[in-house]
Design a protein around this ligand. Sequence first.
Ligand code: GUN
Ligand code: ZN
Length: 437
Amino acid sequence: MPQLALRGALYTLIDDPFLHPAEDCARYEEDGLILIQDGRISAVGPFNRLRSRLSAEVPLRHYPNAILLPGFVDAHIHYPQVEIIGSYGTQLLEWLNKYTFPTEAKFNDPEHSARIAEFFISELQRNGTTAASVFCTSAPASVDAIFEAARQDNMLILAGKMMMDSHAPKNILDSAQSSYDDSKALIERWHGRGRCLYTVTPRFALTSSPGQLKLAGALLREYGDVRLQSHISENRDELARAADLYPDRANYTDIYDHFGLLDERAIYGHGIHLSEGELQRFHDTGAKIAHCPTSNFFIGSGLFDIEKTRSAARPVTVGLGTDVGGGTSFSMLQTMSEAYKMAQLRGISLTAAQCFYLATLGSAESLGIEDRVGSLRAGYAADIVALDPRATPLLELRSEVAESLDELLFALMICADDRAVEATYVAGEPVYLRAQG
Ligand code: GUN
Ligand code: ZN
């Protein structure tokens, strides 16, 4: 018997609208029902078809004014950076030195880690985000803190200890060997425990010695199921520095490739300035990119070329990330809006279906979790967000004149933020319910 049933309009992506006709990729049900059992969706479809499976004992929550979607999946975010969100006046390398490294040093204190980790998880939930790939700091206890906080609500969190042994302040540096040993111990402690998944996390080529990148590759070979996350090709000064540090490598991608860090389990943040040859290598190896538009605008890094990256001739899988605290919002709706604007600056108008895909199924694919989240499907986790397209006076006015579902969804992703999140469910449990206004 279902433990819970949710009724409302349903919208979900089931395939990739960058590569296939939109009508084959999105599903909409004006009056739908989701049945939930043991934290998973046991059935999903039209209310009229499934209503016979309801009984008086099954609690039914009706969202007559909302659209139920799969919870958002944030493909790239830094939990230790929440306190420096919106820090003024720098670009990447100066931003790291001036704001990021000092704030990350605070996570050498486990109490600080625990406080921010709890704040972070509840902020994700308030924004309708039910899964995320999270960078911690070099302190192993910062990883314990985020997984502990995630576990309390059964959240699907991928996270890892930042590996960084060079070119940063001493108080946040590890060594190649200690980063390997600490990562290994954390994998043993956390990977596959509840919904926690471990991600080997070398920060980027500028703060890792060749020896450390080599050991990151060794971890990937030893543990066939862990993921890898890092950064690549975000900022022009960063590119120049990477070339100085690794003069024998053909390009930035080749640095990671050389150490065995480019495969289908790997996701790299940004990838703004990658050449055609590098994108081809991403495609060939199955490595993914996390597109982080609010961060790219805010730190002034550049305009990601989504059309080129996703080109049907050699598509690279792309997820959508907030990249807080370089990014400026936890809201995946606002992040979709900025992705749209960034593409506009390159003469491309992304559709609502493409943006919702990036924020749900696309991000899930980019993290290798598309077999369990990112879509409303029987057997998938009941990670669900209820969005209210009339959450603010402006949204209400705009939604009234929307003449199609696509127009409504598009106006929603452009104008909405956390106020539009009416409820967030994780593994079938309500983790956030908006206060009645
Ligand atoms: N590159 C290396 N570290 C970082 C980081 O913390 N944020 C961003 N945006 N880029 C990075
Ligand atoms: Zn980042």
